[in-house]
Write a protein that binds this ligand. Sequence first.
Ligand code: ZN
Length: 308
Amino acid sequence: MSGQPVGASTWFPCNDHPSHKSSYRFEVSTDAGYRVVANGELMDHRRSASRNTWVYEAREPMATYLATLQIGRYAEISFDRGGHLLAYSVPGNDLAVRGAFAKQADMAQIFELKFGPYPFEHYKIVVVDDDLEIPLEAQGMSIFGRNHLSLEWEDQRLIAHEFAHQWFGNSLTPERWKDIWLNEGFACFSEWVYSDQAKIMSLEQRARTAWEMLDGLPQDLQVGDPGPEDMFDDRVYKRGALTLYALLTALGDKTFYAMLQDWTSTYQHASVNTEKFAKHVKKHATNVDVEGILTAWLTEQRLPDFPA
Ligand SMILES: [Zn+2]
């Protein structure tokens, strides 16, 4: 069960609004032979003859849409990082999972350097025994399909993307869905950061490719308020990421990443919106027309020129 954006109320009673964050406790019983993986820390695992009970607690505040429950005949695969990085998949899949996520620890190092400390205790990867159209983030977890296990950029960028949501979306959660670019723009930008730092392709080249793609698409979407039909439109992702690229260009590397780290620490485990972000950037860049940049990229529909 993964609930983004409005699936949570189909499996537990809730006011399914992204601003409603809470701690959680899961207690789930299954037939023997199954493993339950949910958000947070495994507090208890009781076995009886034919039943298994699993108890998880997620202490950090969590939005309803980030609650997840995965049940399968999963084996646990432990990576480095002191047991904080775990993967779950059906037996026999170990090698493929280890291969696909071989760069996960490097990604963690890069993102912590750029965005600040990882905001949760664990990062758990669940690879379900199905093909999925897209992977999906949950708090402290991500869910991938068995079709996402390659070292190709198209899969590696998704691995980076879901991981980046731990900072942007899960720790800092949008107050309203209209601010979805604060999730998807940041996660897409993080793909480019990883690409750049891992020397796959430069951030500028990624940004330019995205800009050229957008230049060929209709410019009839307001990225800062795309509406429910278009909230997961690719233009929200790419132009949201280009908004950050425009700020990076205007602020310079040092100020931009200091601003970003202050953003993730000031609002850790809290709710955010575009107005808070604008105010936050202005605090770090008093000599930059922050309002002008954000209006051009988020409010106006016409695509601004590529940031020089
Ligand atoms: Zn995303």
